[in-house]
Design a protein around this ligand. Structure first.
Ligand code: NAD
Length: 396
């Protein structure tokens, strides 16, 4: 694939490392950056033939097959509209928009232009997530009741993130977008998110946006998604998921304490892992960040889908749904009420009801619980269908 990269910063470089790594034949052929020296440096580092400080010029080149947007949140829409104008396939980093209105305009524009669109939510492509999700799809956890995702770190690396106008929000938008898409995928992307309750506060940083938040997203089938996000967490990048179903549980730790622990006095110490706060003492390095964070699997899905003429797993539509959920979270943090998710565009199932919680035991009773005790008794706890009375029976 011949790629135009817009933005030469933190994520642009992670993407470039993934796109051009492992003898890949995908190639960045055009780079746009705001400053000439950054564009030139990126071009030199990644052997990119064309560099420019003009966004449209980077997109509108005959050899460019797909445009990858790695720009601050407030520039996503402008870049997407230029891709529509020049009918270039587009893949965009997260969050899609600063809010659902922006995301909806982008979704409608790419669909009207008839161009391929992908939403670069890398955390639903990590090797651990892919395996965990496969188990969920195969029924290993039964009915999904609750899915939690946590992303917390000591705060982002560039000025614009901390400016509410450019970023569009604080940690809810920046990190909550990952958590919402992770939990939504575990619960089922065809299940409608209906309402959100969220606590948010600015506890530490001298900013207008929130630096810490916790939210609950209620889905039409009764499942609950939970996000925990912070820009004030100390100790590195904490990326964890927990899923609870009627038949099982999954705990995933994607970044810290993943089985790789190292001690150093600090001599010769260097980069450890994204947002690591220390490079001495006991450390938790990450073996291959590009792979562990899902970038490789994500781009493979995007480009395979493009070649096959189908949608990738994550499209602008998903980015729009995520933005709509986060808008409700912001509203709830203000009103302190459950707030409905406004989805003008919904393509999943509707009218899904909560599954029954009554498990048949025999003609007279429902089963509440069975257990083998430490003294060898096998017990069942039952609820009478007729009277509702709870009783227990020792079977052996
Ligand atoms: N895991 C992820 O998916 C992930 C991680 C980090 C960032 N992001 C997203 O990537 C995007 C960029 O974030 P980043 O971390 O790379 O930021 P960054 O500040 O490191 O880089 C941003 C790039 O945009 C350019 N830029 C900044 N302000 C500009 C302006 N006003 N006009 C034109 N260009 C400008 C910068 O020069 C730089 O090339 C954001 O949307 C962010 O949310 C995604």
């Amino acid at each position: 694939m011949n790629i135009a990269m817009l933005g030469s910063g933190f994520i642009g470089r992670f993407y470039a490392d993934s796109l051009q790594g492992y003898r890949s034949r995908d190639k960045i052929v055009s780079i746009y950056s705001r400053r000439e020296e950054s564009a030139k440096k990126f071009a030199a580092d990644y052997k990119v033939a064309f560099s420019t400080t003009n966004m449209e010029e980077a997109i509108n080149r005959p050899e460019v097959e797909v445009v990858c947007i790695s720009l601050p949140n407030n520039l996503h829409e402008e870049a997407v509209m230029l891709c529509c104008k020049h009918k270039k396939a587009v893949i965009t980093t997260k969050p899609l928009g600063r809010n659902a209105a922006e995301a909806k305009r982008m979704l409608e524009a790419v669909e009207k232009a008839g161009i391929f669109n992908g939403y670069l939510e890398d955390l639903v492509y990590t090797p651990k997530f892919l395996k965990a999700h496969e188990s969920v799809k195969n029924g290993a956890l039964g009915r999904i009741l609750w899915a939690k995702s946590r992303e917390t770190h000591p705060g982002p690396h560039s000025d614009w993130f901390w400016d509410i106008e450019q970023a569009g929000g604080g940690c809810i938008l920046d990190l909550g977008c990952h958590c919402v898409e992770i939990t939504r995928t575990y619960i089922g992307k065809d299940i409608k998110p209906v309402e959100v309750m969220c606590w948010a506060d600015t506890q530490v940083k001298p900013i207008d946006a929130e630096d810490h938040a916790i939210g609950l997203v209620k889905y039409e089938n009764g499942a609950i998604g939970q996000f925990e996000v912070s820009w004030t967490f100390r100790g590195g990048l904490d990326l964890r998921d927990e899923v609870m179903g009627t038949e099982g549980t999954i705990w995933v730790n994607s970044f810290l304490r993943t089985g790789f622990e190292m001690f150093t006095t600090g001599k010769g110490a260097d980069y450890v892992a994204e947002k690591a706060e220390s490079n001495s003492g006991w450390l938790f390095p990450v073996g291959d960040e590009l792979n562990e964070l899902g970038y490789n699997h994500m781009f493979a899905d995007m480009f395979n889908a493009m070649e096959q003429g189908v949608n990738p797993k994550e499209t602008f539509y998903d980015g729009y749904v995520v933005n709509a959920i986060l808008d409700a979270a912001y509203k709830s943090a203000k009103t302190k009420q459950w707030e409905p998710v406004q989805l003008d565009i919904w393509r999943g199932r509707t009218g899904v009801t909560k599954d029954s919680h009554l498990q048949e035991y025999d003609a007279e009773n429902y089963l509440v619980k069975e257990e083998v005790t430490h003294y060898g008794a096998k017990k069942v706890i039952l609820k009478s269908k007729m009277t509702g009375k709870i009783s227990e029976k020792t079977l052996s």
